[in-house]
Design a protein around this ligand. Sequence first.
Ligand SMILES: *Cc1c(COP(=O)(O)O)cnc(C)c1O
Length: 335
Amino acid sequence: MKIADRLKRFEGYEGREEKEGIHLDKNENSFGLPKNFKDEIFEELKETPLNRYPPIDPVVLREKLAGYIGSSKENIVLGNGTDPLLPLIYQLFKSEKVVINPPTFAMYSFYAKREGLTVNRIPLDGDFEISCAGDHMKEPSIVCICSPNNPTGNVQPREKIIDVLETDNLVILDEAYAEFSDTSFLDLIEEYDNLIVLRTLSKAFALAGLRVGYAVGSPQMIDSLRSIRTPYSLSVLSIKIAIKALENKDTIQKSIDRIVDERERIINEFKNYAHPSDTNFILLDLDAYDYLKERDIYVRKMKGELEGKIRVTVGKDHENDMLISALNDFIGEKR
Ligand SMILES: *Cc1c(COP(=O)(O)O)cnc(C)c1O
């Protein structure tokens, strides 16, 4: 048997080594879920039969999500994380090309290459804003836009998103960090049926380990995606816990508020180095990856166009204290 040529030297996604220390490298919600909340969940799970398949269509979860974002369940398809929704969307549309706006989330091109699609890179401008609505968009493409963008932290201007939607290409708008921002473009799905918005419970909802994501779009498009998705892809445990989390939005909101306060505290501390952020992480113009690692603080080392910078996830208060103190030492030693 022969391995497909394009997958022979496929560059897989690298994970981090699990070491003791402060982990500010993956944009998780560092606060996690409160203990009493977890206890309640585990109590309920005791009664959950594991010998039975989960519902083919977890309608209750779709309804809860619809209530949460203010749309209807017909607008929502679930994924085992948002990640597997990307290749699903790529497979649905007749397009050879995926447009990405680097520096951005690595998974858009990872799945494009895996599916054998061409990746067209149209870099963000000096203000980290998209500039992909021009002439190079004549052929039908799938355009991936991340807003707020990982790893730069900024939201895209509404007019620029609309400009791309007006080109009739399919737009995948990734709003994984929307809860940390005042800006969302979800309302645009009413007007544009070439728009799919991706959301996740991995970040604000502190459920990265559970793997629950969803796509929001027009009922026709969502219906087609639902028909080609892997059956039973969400486990009974994921479905139950996700529903419970959505029923406890107030608790989640408290941790979001704390993260936003802590984010602004860190940004204020490093005014000369920090980029503004609408997320739970901050891009810093400090080449401090190794320095922090030696102190058991793990952050993301940036490469390519952002070489020499780091991306730090907002941690718990005491973790941020340690980060701030280490970075101040770093800056002091450089002088
Ligand atoms: C973390 C993240 C996601 C979420 O991925 P899941 O598969 O839902 O955990 C999606 N997009 C971006 C840009 C992210 O940073």
